[in-house]
Design a binder for this molecule. Structure first.
Ligand code: SAH
Length: 265
């Protein structure tokens, strides 16, 4: 029995900064056995590579069609649900879900016509916090605490297997398509850039580095999965905020008490 192709085509596996080409080949084989074909590689250390082809064991079509990207954001283009696989709970406070729950969510999203990305980290360092910050949830394979890290391709296999099982079961009755699709990764990046710029314009950072506060703001907005209309509303508010800041001449005015200075610690 085979799963519907239109669903599998909506689900991409993203391998970030993979060190060993053999793992890329094994991951290609892992997804191919479960009916998937979309592999995206972000800054692989070595690719293409004979070792990748050897371990793909015939899944050369998956390797041949793999996208190669400089950054995670580019690899996520068009994805509306982004799930990051991580063995460790990190500083980023994302909701943590099981592979089974992830499969259910991914399938429901694909059934609504949305693209889904499953993101896997580097063999040694896993996913960095700023990479997890691009995800809507963290998927943790429930391994034991004192030896929690699976081989990369085996983690890919577990996730692909769960998706396959979910697809062979009841394909969810498709919820009516929302009026507005959820914002995709690129639209969210544009929003964060606008937000950062606006915070700068109202002198919110007050000389401090914006990194921490931006990660915290990402966490809030990732949690609620905004749709495109909601995003347009927020862009509108930011644009007006910038306009008012210009009128008030806030930027560059030293020691002008711009009101509430939120605690960024
Ligand atoms: N020391 C790294 C391990 C990286 S293993 C870390 O702690 O994150 C390479 C990748 O395989 C991880 O980034 C993750 O995407 C996946 N992986 C390995 N074990 C996993 C687990 N128990 N749950 C979810 N993903 C896992």
């Amino acid at each position: 029995m085979s799963a519907p192709n239109n669903l599998t085509a909506r689900i991409r596996y993203v391998l970030v900064r993979t060190s060993h080409p053999g793992n890329i080949g094994s991951a290609a084989r892992a997804i191919r056995t479960m009916g998937f074909t979309r592999l995206e590689l972000v800054s692989p250390a070595r690719f293409p590579d004979a070792e990748a082809n050897a371990l793909a064991a015939g899944a050369d079509d998956v390797l041949g069609n793999a996208g190669i990207h400089d950054g995670l954001v580019e690899s996520l283009t068009g994805s509306r649900l982004v799930l990051g696989l991580s063995a460790r709970r990190r500083g980023v406070n994302l909701p943590e879900i099981s592979p089974r729950e992830a499969a259910t969510q991914a399938l429901a999203a694909a059934a609504r016509g949305e693209d889904v990305a499953l993101v896997f980290g580097n063999e040694r360092t896993g996913l960095e916090n700023d990479e997890l910050a691009r995800c809507h949830a963290m998927v943790r394979i429930p391994s034991v605490d004192d030896f929690s890290s699976l081989n990369l391709a085996q983690a890919v296999q577990v996730m692909a297997y769960e998706l396959r099982v979910a697809m062979l079961g009841d394909v969810p009755t498709f919820e009516p398509v929302q009026d507005e699709p959820p914002a995709d990764a690129a639209q969210m990046e544009q929003f964060y850039t606008h937000l950062l710029q606006t915070l700068d314009d109202i002198d919110f950072h007050k000389g401090r580095a914006p990194t921490t506060v931006m990660l915290r703001l990402r966490k809030i907005y990732q949690r609620i999965q905004m749709d495109e209309r909601e995003l347009r509303l927020l862009h509108g508010i930011l644009a007006d905020t910038q306009r008012m800041a210009r009128l008030a001449g806030i930027k560059g005015v030293d020691d002008c008490d711009a009101g509430n200075s939120a605690d960024q610690s």
